[in-house]
Ligand binder design. Structure first.
Ligand code: HDD
Length: 714
């Protein structure tokens, strides 16, 4: 039977309206975003076409008779399908998968002596920002915990125009010259004939390119470390990577490197954990940022700078224009100059996070570039890519990309122009004294660096030492972190099918650390060790370790900002559960309850405890530590659940703290760990009181356990 419009299955009261206004006798509703809606005879918002025409039936196409052909006359159908057909835009060629948030940057102190950038002139000044975090290689729909560099792109809407600091969570890069970027990206992304693997460096093309690119060796140490499997965006550092310039009002320049330091410290997950998180929650990082901002726990970073002059640059061991090198913090300390707080999620992912256009060339007066050939190349690339992605030159008219300060140009027309110059005059100079004029005083002045030389395609010799800093990174790691690097290299190279590529990589490792090279070679089943790779600079510099490069060495002291997973059953000790959740909340941490059924459980005092997950949906990999608050009566059933046993076994092998009620001992037994209890498996109450337990789990991992669970045995 054909339905009449009034019989549509859609309920008639669709929208909840927040406000009513009357304009020209037409009663309208104001929606949540401030937009106006037409109102129906019975008071609900009216669905309209994009032309504003009210729609009577959105469920049935216009046709001849109930079973007849559709009519071309159906303009509503045509418009609806047309728009749907065009919903997608090209994804970013790199950094396709990303997630963003709004917030502000607060300046700590005036930096008038070193930069004239308005954003750094007044203490306490707050500047609106939008940040987009991303993975590099995976497509838009890939998973969050790929082993990959994370993008850390910050758009600061300053009073002198947008400043985009388009950085990564790693302070060095794979290549020294932008001309190699297309090859790097082709090599890392899915292989073109088979279109896999996605979001993975573990394949021949990537390691082939890398093994033929010695300048990438420092970056390789970084990407094989735990930096590429961060626990959350909130626990990552960010880096501007390149050397930039600050320029003051007297046109004096100071070199500057930018660092974002997370307030809650650094934290990563274990590789085995990352693999499982990708299955359990492919949106793990998105969800984490969403949940923390929505719950009012606003993530925060300090912007720190390393400042230096030409003298320092001339005397430093490496070229400050070489983006494959760092300046260790122990050599040149970082100075905090402000803080970044993310406190608001976008209203709409596409409009903001997808359409945001970052460009390294967006700098306000007082911030300038160095001659870093990677940075210079980037300054060309980003404008181009926005044109392709966003479809025309007017992408700056999109609210997320428009400056928040007044702006005035003579640009006009083009696709989707939202703003054109008003009036007759759209050029300068003009005789009408109309329109904007340049300001030599307030306007952007490029730093007048003196440059000379022959026109050449040449890499400076000062860029040639590819192994010294790679070794420095490796020796700056704690033993578990070094194990992880060896494991990661072994895993990745084990996926390489061409033996000569594996060998070439190990020959590079010989120049970085012989023990590392031997460990990897043994694990890969090499019969003999290859010769060390030929190095452009034969003598490696023996650099001091830089403790600032370790994550574990500088781990957090508290559980703040982390999440405890509490596995409960019927009969859970109500007092214990309450004390634990109270203590976790007091620590400004979060908890989630996992139960045999998602509905919840009945506690010892008869109260009902609602669960966030059933065991299958809440594996321990989603939590920073776990507690097993079970009861004897539920144990027979619980130990039979494979996922309950995995919950415990995984937490143990991932070196997490496990608090347990004595009733959970049979579960520990079935999970195969009752003979291996250590300082990280804590009876509650018993070994420790609840608040002591919450203090203890602030250490996050019991790395001493790792060799015995074989995970990290390299
Ligand atoms: Fe890039 C995007 C970071 C080198 C060309 N890059 C992009 C994004 C980040 C970075 C965070 C995502 C921005 C967003 O969220 O929209 N890129 C870096 C860093 C580099 C780097 C830290 C080295 C230090 N990039 C680099 C080079 C080139 C590009 C050498 C080209 C010559 N990058 C691009 C691009 C992208 C991009 C093709 C893709 C999408 C976009 O720009 O908006 O233009």
């Amino acid at each position: 039977m054909a339905k009449k419009p009034s019989e549509s299955s859609v309920p008639s009261k669709l929208s909840i309206v927040s406000d009513s206004v009357t304009i020209h006798d037409q009663k309208l509703h104001r929606g949540a975003g401030g937009e106006l809606h037409q109102v129906s005879e019975d008071g609900h918002d009216i669905l309209t076409t994009a032309q504003g025409g009210p729609v009577a039936d959105d469920q049935n196409t216009l046709r001849v008779g109930a079973r007849g052909p559709a009519l071309m006359e159906d303009f509503h159908f045509r418009e609806k399908i047309f728009h749907f057909d065009h919903e997608r835009i090209p994804e970013r060629v790199v950094h396709a998968r990303g997630y963003g948030a709004h917030g502000f940057f607060e300046t700590y102190e005036p930096l008038t002596d070193i930069t004239r950038a308005d954003i750094f002139q007044r203490a306490g000044e707050k500047t609106p920002v939008f940040v987009r975090f991303s993975t590099v290689a995976g497509n838009k729909g890939s998973f969050d915990l790929a082993r990959d560099v994370r993008g850390f792109a910050v758009k600061m809407y300053t009073k002198e125009g947008n400043w985009d600091l388009v950085g990564n969570n790693i302070p060095v890069f794979f290549i020294q010259d932008a001309i190699r970027f297309p090859d790097l990206v082709h090599a890392v992304k899915q292989e073109p004939d088979r279109a896999f693997p996605q979001a993975q460096t573990a394949h021949d093309n990537f390691w082939d390119f890398i093994s033929l690119t010695p300048e990438s060796m420092n970056m390789i140490m970084w990407i094989m470390s735990d930096r590429t499997i961060p626990r959350s965006f909130r626990f990552m550092e960010g880096f501007g990577v390149h050397t930039f310039r600050f320029v003051n009002a007297d046109d004096q320049s100071t070199f500057v490197k930018f660092h974002w330091k997370p307030k809650l410290g650094l934290q990563s997950v274990a590789w085995n954990e990352a693999v499982k998180i990708n299955g359990a929650d492919p949106d793990f990082h998105r969800r984490d940022l969403w949940q923390s901002i929505q719950s009012g726990n606003f993530p925060e970073w300090e912007l720190c700078v390393q400042l230096f002059d030409q003298d320092f640059a001339d005397n430093f061991d490496f070229d400050v224009l070489d983006a494959t090198k760092i300046i260790p913090e122990e050599v040149l300390p970082v100075r905090p100059i402000g803080r970044l707080v993310l406190d608001r999620m976008p209203d709409n992912f596409f409009a903001e996070t997808e359409q945001v256009a970052f460009m390294t060339q967006n700098v306000p007066p007082g911030i300038d570039f160095s001659n870093d050939p990677l940075l210079q190349g980037r300054n060309f690339s980003y404008l181009d890519t926005q044109l392709k992605r966003l479809g025309g030159p007017n992408f700056t008219h999109l609210p997320i990309n428009a400056p928040k300060c007044p702006f005035h140009t003579f640009q006009q027309d083009g696709h989707m122009a939202m703003r054109n110059p008003v009036g007759r005059v759209n050029y300068q100079p003009n005789s009408f004294n109309q329109g904007p004029r340049e300001s030599p005083v307030k306007g952007y002045r490029h730093f007048p660096a003196e440059e000379q030389g022959a026109k050449v395609r040449l890499r400076s010799e000062s860029f040639a030492d590819h192994y010294s800093q790679a070794r420095q990174f490796f020796i700056s790691q704690t033993p578990p972190e070094q194990r992880h690097i060896a494991m990661a290299l072994t895993f990745e190279l084990s996926k390489v099918e061409t033996p000569v590529i594996r060998e070439r990589m190990v020959s590079h490792l010989m120049n970085i650390d012989e023990t590392l090279a031997t460990t990897v070679a043994e694990k890969l089943g090499f019969q003999s060790m290859p010769e060390p790779a030929e190095a452009a600079v034969p003598t490696r510099q023996d650099l001091e370790p830089s403790p600032a490069l370790s994550i574990v060495g500088r781990g957090p002291k508290r559980f703040e900002g982390r999440k405890l997973g509490i596995l409960v059953t019927d009969g859970v000790d109500a007092k214990l559960l309450k004390a634990l959740t109270k203590s976790v909340t007091k620590e400004k941490a979060a908890f989630e309850i996992i139960a045999p059924k998602v509905g919840g459980v009945t506690a010892s005092d008869g109260s009902w405890v609602e669960a966030h997950h059933m065991i299958d949906g809440g594996p321990s990999v989603l939590f920073d530590a776990v507690a097993l608050l079970t009861a004897h009566q539920a144990m027979d059933d619980l130990v039979k659940e494979a996922t309950a046993r995995d919950f415990v076994a995984d937490a143990f092998q991932h070196c997490k703290f496990i608090g347990y009620d004595q009733s959970a001992l049979p579960l520990l037994d079935k999970a195969g760990i009752s003979g291996s209890l250590d300082e990280g498996t804590i009876a509650l109450p018993g070994d420790k009181g609840v608040s002591e337990f919450v203090q203890e789990i602030g250490k996050l991992r019991v790395w001493a356990r790792e060799p015995s669970v074989k995970l990290g045995k390299a």
